[in-house]
Design a protein around this ligand. Structure first.
Ligand SMILES: [Zn+2]
Length: 224
């Protein structure tokens, strides 16, 4: 949290901020063609994000295969879902407030996401919540699994925060899917105050600016 604030503060005069200001001047003063060119440039992925997207596509493909193999999901006990887990095969929308992962999101974040989802749907992009609010216990389980998977806490922390640091635990972060919705939100999220936070997580968004504002520079990963 403090790290991000510091980085945001120190980057006020960086090329990114300068280019954002240039963008506003362009938007105000020059042709739509120039603006479109600028939007295109903003949509270009940094290489690490492209790699993350490729990895995500593979994961998404695998998940689809699993879902097809088990067409009838086992009824889930209320326990894990009450902790913010989203059962396999479920893809709640940002409006599905009966799902604790969505219903326990911080109000302003959820409302911003709902506005974005409504506009995305008008462009035939369906937005789902792949993970939202999480209890501390669930966050710890995720971290434990990541430590097993990546071999050390240090490695795991690049992908999963500790319960004390995760914005999911306070309901102030949401993971969005599928991939086309992530692309859409990366491009248009700032209109709603929603920002991608980590370069290696194209799906993770937080309310980090005012609607129409400028998102802080990306952090490399959750360990940053
Ligand atoms: Zn996340």
């Amino acid at each position: 949290m403090d790290t991000r604030r510091t980085r945001t503060g120190t980057e006020a005069g960086t090329p990114a901020a300068t280019s954002a200001r240039a963008g506003r001047r362009l938007a105000a003063g020059t042709s739509a063609v120039a603006l479109l060119a600028l939007v295109g440039a903003c949509a270009a992925d940094p290489p690490q994000t492209r790699a993350a997207r490729a990895a995500l596509s593979v994961t998404a493909g695998a998940a689809t295969g699993t879902a097809t193999a088990t067409p009838t999901p086992t009824p889930t006990a209320t326990g894990p879902e009450a902790d913010g887990e989203i059962p396999d095969g479920r893809a709640p929308s940002p409006f599905d407030t009966a799902t604790p992962a969505v219903g326990n999101l911080d109000g302003p974040l959820r409302e911003a996401l709902q506005r974005a989802a409504t506009d995305a749907r008008a462009q035939r992009i369906e937005m789902t919540v792949t993970s939202g609010w999480r209890s501390k216990a669930y966050q710890q389980r995720l971290l434990d699994r990541a430590v097993t998977r990546y071999g050390s806490l240090e490695q795991a922390r690049q992908f999963v925060n500790t319960p004390d640091k995760s914005a999911h635990v306070t309901g102030k972060a949401v993971d969005v899917g599928p991939t086309d919705a992530d692309y859409w939100l990366i491009q248009h999220g700032a209109r709603y105050g929603l920002c991608q936070v980590y370069a290696n997580e194209i799906w993770h968004f937080e309310l980090l600016t005012r609607p129409g504002g400028t998102c802080p520079a990306l952090l490399q990963d959750a360990a940053g």
